[in-house]
Every structure is written in C-alpha cells, then in structure tokens.
Design a protein around this ligand. Structure first.
Ligand code: ATP
Length: 511
C-alpha cells in the first residue's frame, strides 16, 4: 500500500515536470536525476527558506560558495580518503548489491513493527480501557520482540564501531535476512567501499593529479574558516552556511531522489568555544526541528534518532527523521564535530588555524556544531507529505499537491474564463501587475474545471478566474486550492490578499 503511494508520487513527479531521470533518452543514469520546470522552482524555494533562516535571521551567520574541486590533501586530512566507506554485500543469486548496515537496520525496524502490531491489536480488543504503557511492559510477546531487538541493536552497534565486517555478515546470517529479490541467503562476504568519485586535473604530460568530487560541502567551509573569520571580523560563536552539490558513489541506488550519486546539501558549521559545544548542540537541535515544523506538516511526522556509531570526528550526533511512505528516514544530520577538522587542516597544511579571543586574550581552536540537510531529501519529504488523492462530494477524485504555499512553484494561476470578449487581455493586464510580486502563470486552454485540476496537481495555492463581470466591476473569482472555496474579490485587493500567504517571510516568522 505504502509502496503504491510512493510509486504514484514518483510518477507524479515526472508527469508534472518536477523530477526526470537524468539522460532519460539514453535510458537514464543510475541514481542521477534532473529537476524540471516545476521541480526547480520548488527546490529554489526550499533553498531560499533555509538560506534566509540561517543568514537573514542570524547576525552571526554568513554564507559562502566554495568550489567543488579542492586540493586533494583536504580529503586526506578530513579522513575521507581512508574512512569514507560503506560496508557492502552482494546476493549471489539476484546479483543485487546491498549495504550490510542498512539490511540490519531494516531488520531492527521489523521487530519494532511487530511490537506495534501487537499494540494495535490489543488496543482494538480492550478499547477505551487500554493502557499502552502497561501492555508494553507486561505482554510476553512484546517483551520477547523488544528483547530480541535490543540484543540485535547492541550487537550491530559493536560491530559497526569495531569495523568488524565478518561480524556484520554473521549477523545477517544469524538473523536469516534474505535478499528481497531472490529470497535467498546466498550472501558474499562484506567488503568496504569508498564512496568518493575520482577524476583527474591537468593533462597527463604535465603530471595530472587525482582529485575528488567533494562528498560533502563542509570541508569547503573549514578551509575558508580563517578567510571568513578575518575578513568578516567574526567573533566566536559564529556560523558559515553553504549550499552546494556533493557527490557520493552510493552502493544502492533504488530509492528515487532519497539516495542519489549527485545531490545538493545545505550545511552550516557553527564555531563555538570549547566546552560550550553541548549547549550549542542542544540549541541547534531545537532550532532545526522548529525550522522543519514551521512548514506545518505536524510534529508527529518528525523524530530525532541519536547515533550509536559516532563518526571518527564527532562527540554527539543526531538525525532528524521524517515519516516517508517507506518509514521514518533521515533528512538532516546534526553533529558535534569537536575541533577535529580544523586541527587536521592545521596539521596537514602547516598553517595555524586558531581563534584569538580578544576578551580573554587566549587563542584556541574552535569546536564545531554542524547542521547538514539534503535539499533533495527535503524535496522528497515535502512531495510525500503533500501528495493527496481526494474523493470529492460529487463522486470525482482529484489529485492535489498540498505544498506549503511559500514553497509552491506557482503562487497564482491567472485564468480567463473564455478565450474571447476581451477576457484574455484583462487577464494579461492583471498578470503584468502581479508578476513582479510572486510567481504567476497564465493559462487559457481547456475548460476552467480542467485548468483548476492541473493547478491542484502542481500545488498552486490560488487561482483567479476572469469573467464577463470582471470587465464591469473589476472583481475576479479567487479559488483556494485546499478548500476549493471560491470568493469574489476586487482586483485591487489581490496582491495584499495573496502576498502575505505565499511569502517565505510568513514561514520564517513561525520558526
Ligand atoms: P545516509 O546514512 O542516509 O547515507 P548520511 O548519514 O551519510 O546519510 P550525512 O553525511 O550526514 O548523511 O549527510 C547529510 C545529509 O545529506 C543527509 O541527512 C541527507 O539529507 C543528505 N544526503 C546524504 N547522502 C545523500 C544522497 N546520497 N542522496 C541525497 N541526499 C543525501
């Protein structure tokens, strides 16, 4: 069922110009996608919402735009050359490749699902008097699942922390995890796989050097820390924000834009005094959750997931997960990265990378709290939440994309009722005035009902219809996407009525 919904969302994305498979006429390229005419607008609005929430709302956060190519030693210093690996495993029968850690995480999730099923069954049986907490503590079947889940969780965390590949395979065998395609347990050994793409810079005659496509934007911020701190006269605590492409040669590429090989990140590194990092970690956790929830999707669709396995550089880490049709999934990571990166760059570059605190006359290497979110995953979560098939009172169904108005590609569709009698001219006149304030689209083809449906399907929050009365009294019909209510409003009021509801500012104020 959830799978069907997800399939529909993927085809909707294509049919309505949001997301196309890359190089489609050549049968596509694995896990690479292009954004179409509506997708690019939604994506730009997401980026704007993030950028403004960071750079406009915080006096002590500034932005940069660093290049994708960087000196190869940066990736040695950051640890990516040696440790940016995923454990992979192949099924010999289906010839499909999987991430061993993901197979085990899915198995853990299955125990949780079993517990939830028991709880749901009992709730039905006991009705009003059901005490869920008591049930979870005492029901033998729930306790058995919970115990198995906890044991598996512990074993998995230890194997990951020790980088013990044999143990990962043994867990897969012991848990009797089968390949979802072949249904067999004919697994290869688990191997490490480095996710960075390599290319060459310079011609071979001159001695070309291997360089990498950046797997995260964060390192571009670290290597510019001194430049920005000095030229911007930044005082700790301060942050540097960046939006840009990142590249990872992902092992498994079967989840649409959830896991891509070329994607975009929005990252912010916040430099703080050592010893204060846990306060800031907590603060950024709260702030980032508020940023997500200000979109109005309901707090029950988000949760934090603290990491068992900390990356080599981190002393605390959590994910913000969103309820997708295929379960709660990571959309953003918040990491306390200590002074690892700046210290490493100091060591590898031989430059002093410190902060001189004018108040205490001390020099130190700042600690870093990072917030890192994928634009494409955010895009997917918004699409999944907004896509709805609705049964109307007259028995018809409509597909409506209930995008937050501030993120919608088009804010207003301007529709003349018929293509004659001066109505198109009047519509153009209104459009020419409003197009300076928000994204408008003019459409005159097909019946008005069909045009409304098309706008519903791309998430346009408002439509106006220009009819014969418009010519007499300068009023139009304003239709609301969500309620489908139609009201008669004067043309002079349109801008004020709509602008406030569709502006990013209105969402920023809710954070
Ligand atoms: P995962 O565990 O799903 O591979 P990650 O923990 O490696 O993700 P981070 O390195 O923390 O991810 O990257 C920060 C964010 O970048 C993620 O929360 C996600 O939104 C996004 N991201 C990471 N990898 C991809 C990808 N292959 N495709 C799309 N977005 C991605």
């Amino acid at each position: 069922m959830a799978e069907d919904v997800f399939k529909k969302i993927v085809s909707h994305c294509k049919e309505y110009g949001f997301v196309f498979p890359s190089s489609e006429i050549y049968d596509g390229l694995g896990a690479v996608y292009d954004y179409g005419q509506n997708g690019v607008e939604l994506k730009n609005n997401i980026k704007q919402y993030w950028w403004q929430s960071m750079v406009l709302l915080h006096e002590n956060i500034v932005g940069i735009d660093s290049s994708i190519f960087m000196h190869p030693t940066i990736w040695k210093a950051s640890g990516h050359v040696d440790a940016f690996n995923d454990p992979l495993i192949d099924n010999r029968d289906s010839k499909k490749r999987y991430r061993a850690d993901v197979l085990i995480e899915e198995q853990i999730a299955k125990y949780e699902e079993k517990i939830q099923k028991e709880v749901a069954k009992a709730r039905k049986r006991f009705g009003e008097s059901f005490d869920e907490e008591m049930f979870r503590k005492t029901n033998p079947r729930v306790l058995e699942h919970a115990e198995k889940m906890e044991a598996l969780h512990q074993r998995f965390a230890t194997a990951m922390n020790d980088n013990n590949l044999e143990e990962l395979k043994q867990i897969i065998l012991d848990e009797e995890i089968v390949c979802p395609i072949s249904g067999t347990r004919n697994w290869t050994d688990v191997r490490q796989f480095n996710l960075m793409f390599k290319t060459e810079m310079g011609s071979t005659a001159e001695g070309a050097s291997t360089i990498y496509l950046r797997p995260e934007t964060a390192q571009g911020i670290f290597v510019n820390y001194l430049n920005v701190q000095k030229t911007g006269r930044m005082k700790v605590p301060f942050g540097i924000a960046q939006i840009g492409k990142a590249f990872r040669n992902e092992i498994v590429a079967r989840q649409f834009i959830f896991r891509m090989r070329e994607f975009e990140q929005m990252e912010m590194q916040f430099f703080v005094k050592p010893g204060t990092e846990m306060e800031w970690f907590k603060r950024w956790k709260e702030l980032r959750m508020r940023w997500h929830q200000a979109l109005g999707f309901g707090s029950e669709n988000y949760r934090f997931h603290d990491h068992d396995k900390l990356a080599h550089y981190a002393n605390a880490a959590t994910d913000i997960e969103f309820r997708m049709p295929f379960g709660f999934k990571e959309v953003e990571g918040i990491h306390s990265r200590t002074d690892f990166d700046l210290k490493q760059h100091e060591k590898y570059s031989g430059r002093s990378i410190k902060y001189f605190d004018p108040e205490t006359n001390e020099s130190y290497t700042p600690y870093v709290i990072e917030t890192s979110i994928g634009v494409d995953r955010m895009f997917l979560s918004i699409m999944c939440h907004s896509y709805q098939e609705e049964q109307l009172e007259n028995g018809e169904t409509r597909v409506v994309l209930r995008l937050p108005a501030a993120l919608a590609p088009t804010k207003l569709a301007v529709l003349p009722l018929v293509r004659k009698d001066g109505l198109p001219e009047k519509a153009r006149e209104i459009m020419d005035e409003l197009k300076f304030h928000f994204n408008c689209k003019y459409e005159e083809k097909d019946t008005i009902g069909k045009r409304y449906r098309r706008q519903d399907a791309v998430g346009t929050p408002y439509c106006i219809t220009i009819d014969h009365d418009t010519l007499k009294d300068n009023t139009v019909t304003l239709r609301d996407r969500d309620t489908m209510e139609q009201t008669r409003v004067s043309i002079d009021q349109l801008r004020a009525l709509i602008e406030d509801k569709v502006s990013i500012t209105s969402v920023l104020k809710r954070i």
